[in-house]
Design a protein around this ligand. Structure first.
Ligand SMILES: Nc1nc2c(ncn2[C@@H]2O[C@H](COP(=O)(O)OP(=O)(O)OP(=O)(O)O)[C@@H](O)[C@H]2O)c(=O)[nH]1
Ligand SMILES: [Mg+2]
Length: 303
């Protein structure tokens, strides 16, 4: 199966709503007028693109002179172009620049952090890299075992700490070891936390500072994992986590289970933060890197 058809399948719920929505607004040929633009804007807002970004897209569309009546295909193509232009500056797959390249992963409970780390570990192992997983979630009893399952699946090494122990000291021990062993990639899993939990948010910042003490350039990536199904809540999560750590990029999960895929576009436009990959399923191969063109096409079921 090609990369495109995988992406297409993963985004099916979102893309059906998008393309059906545009088709029903532009059934037959119509001349683009204000009321059609308003309907389109409502569709975009209902897709969790956010008010500001939806308006931006519609304003750009309105600035184009459509003299004749247009079909939904013409509007779809134009929307795809606008969305591609929004995503273009931010879509950027992860790159490994340092050795060890240290990636810290954070986010709200259940967003898919551990699963995403498992998928990344698999990807890097397939590329022939040595990978260390670090279980900095010492808070939840079963968290280390859960990460350990992923370590076994892709034959990675893993560093864990006692349940209830200081998570920053686990990070310290692991990163020191990784530097000594010249590991290629270190993936640090952290405990899920609500953005308003002050203590756990402070802890995250402590893990971050501890890693920096060992390598001033690290962590080289701080990935915030966002769950697409939470829609608008993703925006406030990004704001809250950015206050505690320097979030450098996003991975957006569970796009396979939701029609809220528009949140990807809203985040890209509103925060200009790098968008590395998306999760489109629970299994080890369900992480997708993409280009803005592929994503825009997949959003509208077009190939
Ligand atoms: N459908 C789908 N499910 C996903 C995806 N990513 C993760 N999940 C599921 O989401 C659930 C939570 O995933 P975890 O990886 O445990 O999430 P977490 O952020 O580590 O959770 P905590 O450690 O409790 O904060 C699991 O059932 C995963 O299988 C995805 O891209 N698509
Ligand atoms: Mg976890």
């Amino acid at each position: 199966m090609s990369l495109f058809s995988n992406l297409y399948k993963g985004l099916l719920k979102t893309s059906s709503r998008f393309s059906d929505g545009v088709k029903s607004i532009f059934s037959g040929k119509k001349k683009l007028n204000q009321s059609l633009l308003d309907e389109l804007e409502e569709l975009l807002i209902s897709m969790d693109i956010g008010h500001k970004t939806s308006k931006l897209i519609i304003d750009r569309l309105a600035s184009i002179k459509f003299d004749k009546e247009v079909e939904h295909n013409t509007i779809t193509q134009q929307l795809m172009d606008e969305i591609e232009a929004i995503l273009n500056p931010v879509v950027q797959p992860l790159t490994l620049d340092k050795k060890p390249h240290i990636i810290m992963v954070c986010g709200v409970n259940g967003n898919g952090k551990t699963t995403t780390i498992g998928k990344l570990a698999y990807k890097y192992k397939e590329m022939g890299k040595s990978v260390m997983l670090v279980a900095c979630d010492t808070f939840r009893a079963a968290a280390s075992e859960q990460l350990n399952i992923w370590a076994e699946r892709s034959s990675c090494s893993i560093v864990t700490g006692e349940h209830g122990s200081d998570s920053a000291s686990v990070a310290y021990r692991a990163v020191s070891q990784a530097i000594k062993d010249k590991v290629d990639v270190v993936l640090i899993d952290t405990a899920g936390r609500l953005q308003n939990n002050v203590n756990l948010m402070e802890e995250l910042s402590k893990i971050y500072r501890t890693i920096k003490k060992l390598d001033g350039t690290a962590p080289h990536d701080v990935i915030l994992v966002l769950d697409a199904t939470t829609g608008q809540n993703a925006y406030s999560q990004l704001e809250a986590f950015s206050k505690m750590v320097n979030v450098t990029g996003l991975i957006i999960t569970k796009l396979d289970g939701t029609a809220k895929g528009g949140v990807v576009i809203g985040l890209a436009e509103a925060y200009k933060v790098k968008l590395h990959a998306i999760g489109i399923g629970e299994s080890i191969e369900d992480l997708r890197e993409f280009t803005s063109k592929e994503f825009a096409k997949a959003l509208f079921n077009c190939d």
